[in-house]
Design a protein around this ligand. Sequence first.
Ligand SMILES: [Zn+2]
Length: 247
Amino acid sequence: MTPLKAAIGDAIAAAYAVAGLRVRAAGCRVLMYHAIGGAVAGDTQQLYSLAPDLFARHVGMLKRHAVVSLSEGVARGEGLAVTFDDGYRDNLTVAAPLLVEADVPFTVFVVPTFVESGEPQYLSRSEVVSLSRLPGVTIGAHGYSHARLTACDDGALARELADSRAWLEDLLSTPVTTMSYPHGAVDDRVAAAAAAAGFTIAACSRFGSHRTGGDCYRVPRTDIWSFDGARRLQRKIAGRWDWMAWR
Ligand SMILES: [Zn+2]
């Protein structure tokens, strides 16, 4: 995705709206953020780090919606939920103060090997604990090493899932039952393994919304990009970018 392609996407979103084709906005919409201001390794298109002032504008919009926790949204099949992948330090230092102030709950999916790497862009162990103690914050798993789970053999798959959960539960002394799939990679075997590992909710990266009775091991999410202004965010929340699921 590039700013130019996104502009074309806006036109498609508008056409969908005009045609009345789009808006199946019903269900729980889950937004997927990554970093807020910090570096994202391998992000060659610079999609995944939002400028802090832009994120502050997003929070201003989110405040006007009924934002719920991921587990509540999935259980009810409605509402808007906010998630962050990979466990960037700026989730604690930049995003959390804005979200807590706005009373917006959110989930951060943390990768143990990223934490243990000591790389400055990622949360440290003590920072994961600090984040978990803030009001409205849920910590979820995101694999043990961020491996593409669909490419793991059965043994490695089971270890990635079980070890990610055990590492977080040991650190936080609380049950960890939600996760998101690294790279959004999921198939029937991976989804079954996530259930077997004790997770009750697993989010993927396919656009859409989760309706009552939907697959809790393929909860759709709406990808948020660094150049998404308030207007595009509003369109994404309204479901007008869900055609991306079929691209
Ligand atoms: Zn990730």
